[in-house]
Design a protein around this ligand. Sequence first.
Ligand SMILES: *[C@@H]1O[C@H](CO)[C@@H](O)[C@H](O)[C@H]1NC(C)=O
Ligand SMILES: *[C@@H]1O[C@H](CO)[C@@H](O)[C@H](O)[C@H]1NC(C)=O
Ligand SMILES: *[C@@H]1O[C@H](CO)[C@@H](O)[C@H](O)[C@H]1NC(C)=O
Ligand SMILES: *[C@@H]1O[C@H](CO)[C@@H](O)[C@H](O)[C@H]1NC(C)=O
Length: 511
Amino acid sequence: MSDNACKTNLGTHILVFPFPAQGHILPLLDLTHQLALRGLIITILVTPKNLSFVKPLLARHPSCIKTLVLPFPTAIQSFSSAPSLPPGIENLKDLPSSYIPAFLHALAKLNEPLLQWFESQIRYSSSPPVAILSDLWTQDLAVRLNIVRVAFFPMSAHNLSVVNYFLSNLPTREDCKDPNHLFTAYGVPNSPVFPIYQIYPSHHLYADASPLWKIFQHNNSLNKASWGIVLNSFSELEEPFLNHLRENYGNHGRVWGVGPLLPPIDHHRKDSSAESRNRGRPSSTCIEQVMSWLDSCAENQQSVLYVCFGSQIVLNRKQIEALSVGLEQSGVKFIWGVKEISSSLTDHEDIEKSVLPTGFEDRVAGQGLVIKGWAPQVAILSHQAVNTFLTHCGWNSVLEGLVAGVQLLLWPMINDHFMTAKLLETDLGLAVKICEGADTVPNSTELARVIAESVPQGDQEGKSRPQMIRAMEMGKMGLEAVKGGGRSFKNLDELVLELKKFNVKRTIYSL
Ligand SMILES: *[C@@H]1O[C@H](CO)[C@@H](O)[C@H](O)[C@H]1NC(C)=O
Ligand SMILES: *[C@@H]1O[C@H](CO)[C@@H](O)[C@H](O)[C@H]1NC(C)=O
Ligand SMILES: *[C@@H]1O[C@H](CO)[C@@H](O)[C@H](O)[C@H]1NC(C)=O
Ligand SMILES: *[C@@H]1O[C@H](CO)[C@@H](O)[C@H](O)[C@H]1NC(C)=O
């Protein structure tokens, strides 16, 4: 790929700061790739341990993309109610969600060294950055420097619309106490309705003066104040919500759907390079092993179920048991990506949770493959043997599933998963929900039945559910959207064009 666009070093330069959680970092880097293709000069801010995420992109765009590596700030003081950050953690995937406040607190301390870096850029560089693209925190900094900020949302436009509604119209404490109370997001298309736990997973923390509460509100107001908004979504999937944001978020209409953001390669098996394969790591199983296992299933095309609940969700023991029994009884071939908890948190009770029943792996040898740790999801999903994806409805997983043209079975767990499940199942009719809730233990007999019905085995013809057909159509539209001429492709062009108007000469920095 040509990297010539940036050779002059006089182009428009931006700083990209990916929030170091897996679900955030990868789509933002995929977006960065698209921006580099369009000739922006880009500096990516990373902390040392996550530098490896960026390496493939650096190799791909040696003259457009540089890194700024700042040490991860040590968090001394944190909120009294929340645990403080264990040393050596630079990525949310290593942490249970109770650590989020401490993590955010530590991150905010990057502001000072970042400001110093800007100072030296403005002084000594022929093209200091004219914009910051980030998913967190940097709006203050952009205001201080008098440059623009582009906020990136790795979630759905649906989620952002609903979040924004409830942050602007705080539910009362009284209503939150009632588990049966339903909250309506008025004005959001279809006026979606949710019980409190689906909107705010830790609503008991949201007593009036809770620090987390304030973080969310503050974050939202900063994002609203940004110059532009970029979402990993596309018109065909979320037009009403994208339009809603254009009218209700930020008052400037600069809301661009640029998804589905894909890894910078054609992700068919033959082409899948080390780049898309090793995006997470570490993992118990190497990609070659996974691919050859899938190859061995491919005689009966499209016979494999892929089960994965993302990089944050940890199933409890009962859920693991129910799922393993369900999978085994279904007789369906499967790959199951099981999350492993970082060994730096060994004394945490979560470690207890992620253990498979004794003998399970041996019993299902031949039927299933268990991957502990990171699973090469994009490569698995796009393998021809894979027919169905049981997903927790994380936004990235959903997009990856759609693009790969597989059937989606849903088990929404927390946060925006419920909204996404509703969007996919009820509004768009392209997926089937089979379980719901982070603590729910499914009936394994039922689970086995649904799975066996969904995934065709042996010579059996797969029943083509209308949902599956619609999902495949949506996936195709997604791929069209990011090709030349597609809406997302055009939105990216427009974003870059707008950013190029902020050239160094016109930007008056203030320090
Ligand atoms: C990112 O940093 C964390 C440390 O918290 C580390 O566990 C993880 O492996 C890093 N990711 C990569 C790809 O280097
Ligand atoms: C803050 O906003 C960003 C989008 O800019 C979002 O990705 C993130 O989840 C939000 N975090 C919190 C703590 O609200
Ligand atoms: C929206 O999505 C983000 C990112 O997944 C999540 O953290 C947040 O909880 C969601 N918001 C709501 C209100 O569910
Ligand atoms: C699970 O489902 C099966 C079949 O529908 C039913 O016979 C059984 O009683 C259920 N088990 C439990 C514990 O509910």
